[in-house]
Design a binder for this molecule. Sequence first.
Ligand SMILES: O=C(O)[C@@H](O)[C@H](O)[C@H](O)C(=O)CO
Length: 438
Amino acid sequence: MSGTQQSKPLGLKPTFGFGDRLGLATPGHFEACRQQAGPIRGIFAQQSIREMQRTNRTPDDVMNAAINDLKAVGYTGEWGSDADHLKTEKDVDYTAAAGFVFFTIDPSDDVDEQADDYDAATLDQRFAAVKGEVAWLDRYKGQTIQVPDGPEIHFDDTTLKRAAVKYGRAITHTIKLASYIHKVMTERGADYEIELSVDETAQPTTVAEHYIIADQCRENLPDPSKLVSLAPRYVGDFEKGIDFKGDIKLFEASLAEHVAIAEHLGPYKLSLHSGSDKLSVYRSFARITRGRFHVKTAGTSYLEALRAVARHEPDLFRRIIDFSRGRFAVDKATYHISADPDKVPVPAAVADAASLERIYLDENDGRQILHVTFGSVLTDDYLKAEMLRVLKAHPDTHKQVLAHHLGKHLELLREGMMEARDAHATDERHTWETASET
Ligand SMILES: O=C(O)[C@@H](O)[C@H](O)[C@H](O)C(=O)CO
C-alpha cells in the first residue's frame, strides 16, 4: 500500500481528530476538511481503547475504515491516526500492530483526583506514600521560575507535595509507557509521536504541575521530541457532546499560561479532548495557541449519524431513543455529565419528527442521553444493523450532516488561527504557518 495511503506523524501542525465509532464517517469528515480545514490536518483514524471495547471494534477495523474511505475519495495527502487513551503496554501492542503512529498516553488512573482538597496533615500522609517515586522533587525545591511570556511559578513545599501526590505516579507511568512505545516503534522501524493526556481527571492542572510534568518528560523520555501534544485538565467543564461550561475569560487566561509553558519546555501542541461541540471556545483556543493545537472529537459524529437516521427512518430513531433512555443510568457512570432525563420528554410524547430531532440532537440533555449510550446501541445486534443499513442506504445524507457540523468546528478554529497570525504578524516566534511547513 503506497505511503500516501498510510497515516503519518503530523508533528506540530494544527490537527483535528475525527473519532468515528461506526466506520462510516470518514467521507463526511473528509468533506468537512475539504471545505473548511485550511492548514488543519485531519486525524481520520481515532478511537480510544474504551470506544473500541464499547463498540466491539478492533484497531484494524478503525484504521482500515479510514484508509479505504480516503482511498475511495482519491485523497493522497497527509493524515494522522490516534490510538487514544492508552493505559497499558498491551494497548500499545494492539494499536501499533494496526499501523497507528500517534499514541495518546492516559495515566489518569494514577492521578490522585482529590489531591487539591487535602489538608496539610492528609497531604503529608499521602506524600509519604509516593515519596519514593518522586526523586525529582529536589530539582524544583525552593525554586521560583519565570516562564518567558508566562507565569512566575513558585515551587514552595506545599505546591511540590501536592504535585507529587497528584501526578507523581502518573509521571512514572507516562515515562514507562512512552519508553515502551519508543521500543515498539523502533523495532517496527516506524516514526511515531506521543500525546500525554490527563484531561479526564477531576481537578484542573496547575501551571506548576504542568511545568513539572513537561520537564520530567523532557528529562526522561527516550526521545522528548516525540511528545508533540499535551492535554492538561483545563479550567471549566468540557462535558461530552455539549458546549463549554464555565468562565471563558478564566479559561483563556489559564490557557495562555499553559501555552507559555508548552513553548518554553517544548514546543508541543496543547490538546483539547471532548472537543465535540465546544464551539464557544474554539476561536480563542486556536488564537491563544497560535495554531499549535490538537482538538479531539468523537461523540458528535455519532450524534450526526443519528440525525441522518432520524431524517430517513424516524421510527427507528424513536426506537433508539427509547433504548438509550433505558441504558442511560448505567452508561453515564464513566462520564462527567449533567443531563437529567426527567427533563426530556419520552418519544411517545413528541408526535412531530422535527421536534424529536431538535430535542434529542440540538438540546443539551437529549444530546447527552444519546451521546453516552453509544456503546449500548452499537452492541445491540438489531439496532446496530438497522443503523448501519440506513446509513449505507443514505450515504449522502450522512456525509452532508457530518460535513456541515464538523465544518462549523473547523471554521471557528481556522478563524482563531487567522486572528493569531494577524495579531502576531511581526512576531518572530514560531507560528502555525512555519509549523505547518515542517
Ligand atoms: O469517549 C472516548 O473514549 C473518546 O471520545 C475520548 O474521550 C476522546 O479522547 C475524546 O475526548 C473525543 O472527544
